[in-house]
Design a protein around this ligand. Structure first.
Ligand code: NAD
Length: 344
């Protein structure tokens, strides 16, 4: 038995603990051994330690540099700031990788295989927000300031190009709104062009450019023209949900947050409070995030086995959760997947 891999485990809120249990059972079936340091965050962090991002959770990730994380609740409007955003800032998780691949053929879009690379720490997510009071209305005007730095743009663009080359992809499309937000996203496009002109990537991968609104339309009309999309924070957030919709919805969409100091793997979806505790959540997004974590750990053989077992459970065994039109609950799907892994 190999030495257990140290990693932080944050079950999260809502359906988080349910899909995390499923994922741990599957990693176990793959014969992998982790030394999990279980920590709480989000609403569970508030309940356990009076803090949506307790110091113990931060210390743990700083030590392990690796985390598998369930969804964390963030109150809309008032209340505490998103723990997810704080984690990205704390560990400089500047690259958010969100692959989308058709797993169940015969639905709306077959043969989709694309990746959104989202800048994860700059742009309109920096939280420089305030209200201006006018005539006794304290919230008469709402303001938000976005910041993109040349260094931050270059870092994510290099990540996207290097990722495309390393994974054998052909084209990187730079998504922007430089016609209107000439400074905020103009710098992103300008940096991409400069980087590509430096010729490091010439002949190894193509570069395309597209305005974000046109990109949204083309993703719906003809998504097969895209391969890797790289974009700024807010556009990346929106487009990656759109892309998740092409391949079966949020229940199928994993995400990796990669930085210099740590890597955190999670499902793209939230805590799904409407179905929490019912045992019916689809664990596939977190399972696919775990597969990305295995790739990150250079355990590619196990990652491939896991992805194939998910495909076969869905398509050969026809075991699916309710959100995919099936009748399996979380436990039933997990048992079927574990049998697939054990029996090949
Ligand atoms: P959500 O993703 O939780 O839910 C949207 C819809 O999708 C719901 O109908 C839900 O039942 C369904 N759904 C989501 N995941 C599913 C799954 N695995 N299986 C079956 N159905 C699933 O989005 P929301 O309701 O807008 O957000 C709820 C909470 O989650 C909020 O507090 C939000 O801030 C938080 N959130 C966290 C993250 C994260 O931690 N990465 C991401 C998004 C939202």
């Amino acid at each position: 038995m190999s030495t257990p891999i140290p990693a932080t485990l944050i079950p999260g809120d809502g359906i988080g603990p349910e899909i995390m249990d499923a994922t741990l059972a599957v990693l176990d079936a793959l014969g992998l051994s982790f030394d999990w340091d279980v920590q709480q965050a989000g609403a569970a962090g508030v309940k356990a330690a009076g803090d949506p991002l307790p110091q113990a959770a931060l210390d743990s990730i700083r030590r392990t540099r690796l985390a598998l994380k369930g969804p964390l609740e963030t109150p809309s409007g008032g209340g505490y700031r998103s723990s997810n955003v704080r984690l990205r800032e704390e560990f400089k998780l500047y690259a958010n990788l969100r692959p989308a691949r058709t797993i169940i053929p015969g639905k709306r879009y077959d043969n989709i295989d694309l990746v959104v690379v989202r800048e994860n720490v700059e742009g309109l997510y920096m939280g420089y927000e305030h209200f201006i009071p006018i005539d006794g209305d304290p919230h008469a005007v709402g303001m938000s300031t976005g910041i993109n730095t040349r260094q931050g743009c270059r870092r994510i663009l290099e990540y996207a190009f290097d990722y495309a080359i390393a994974t054998g992809r052909k084209k990187v499309t730079v998504v922007h709104k430089a016609n209107i937000m000439k400074a905020l996203t103009g710098i992103f496009l300008e940096t991409a062009r400069d980087l590509y002109l430096e010729k490091r990537y010439h002949g190894r991968v193509q570069m395309g450019e597209i305005i974000v609104d046109a990109c949204a339309m083309k993703l719906v009309q003809d998504p097969w023209q895209f391969d890797v999309l790289v974009t700024t924070n807010l556009f990346g957030d929106i487009l990656s949900d759109l892309v998740a919709g092409l391949v079966g919805g949020l229940g199928m969409a994993p995400g990796a947050n990669i930085g210099a100091d740590a890597a955190i793997f999670e499902a793209v979806h939230g805590s799904a409070p409407d179905i929490a505790g019912k045992g019916i959540a689809n664990p596939i997004a977190l399972l696919l995030a775990a597969a990305m974590m295995l790739d990150h750990l250079k355990l590619s053989e196990q990652a491939t086995r896991l992805r194939k077992a998910i495909d076969d459970t869905l398509n050969v065994d026809q075991v699916r959760t309710g959100d995919l039109g099936g009748s399996a609950n979380t436990k039933g799907f997990t048992q079927a997947l574990v049998s697939r892994i054990r029996n090949g």
